[in-house]
Design a protein around this ligand. Sequence first.
Ligand code: HEM
Ligand code: HEM
Length: 155
Amino acid sequence: MNKWFLINGAAVGVLVWALLTANSYGWHTLFGGLGALLIFYNWTRHAVFTTIRESPSRQQKIRFANLSKKVIPYHRWTGTTAVIIVLFHGWLVIERYGFYWQYPKFTIGLIAGLTIIAVATFGWLRLYWPSRKKRMFHLYLAMALFFLVVLHLVL
Ligand code: HEM
Ligand code: HEM
């Protein structure tokens, strides 16, 4: 089992904990939770790719490559849906509390919100005009997004 699967599993654990101990509940909580789940789901592509690259077992490489092929057509849509859901979450939060940027949870949420827009932009760009640079931007921004979301949940 690749360590990234464990890290992703731990992130889902952090999400459940954050939802159980939230300050308040409302539509913004539901949208935030769904957005986080979709982001974690999309980020598991990294765990799958890493397993394919690093696994010594040819059998496992083939199994994961086949699995990967099956998910490719959905990846772009789960990612784009996550952007829309997160924008709703941000909008509902601002409607509820105002633009409360001194609050670290808000600030990190805002940065995560901007990052997911950049991740999706590079995702679409690399789909139509692939290049190594765009692939790396998509990957590193997605990694930054993953840790920003975990931080946003912990705060
Ligand atoms: C990648 C995007 C984001 C994800 C996955 C996400 C996820 C979540 C989740 C699951 C919660 C509820 C659990 C908790 O309170 O810890 C939450 C709360 C919160 N989020 Fe986000 N969020 C994101 C972006 C944003 C943005 C863009 C903003 C601000 C514009 C924001 C501001 C907040 C605030 C202030 C709370 C606390 C609400 C409360 O205490 O009732 N988040 N977020
Ligand atoms: C929550 C948002 C997203 C996350 C966390 C995410 C993450 C990832 C990761 C980790 C990879 C594998 C990186 C590699 O080693 O090359 C990948 C591949 C890719 N992503 Fe995304 N992505 C997101 C949204 C999107 C969106 C909206 C698109 C729109 C088209 C997209 C398009 C692609 C494409 C074309 C690939 C390469 C083909 C594939 O293997 O699926 N991604 N993404």
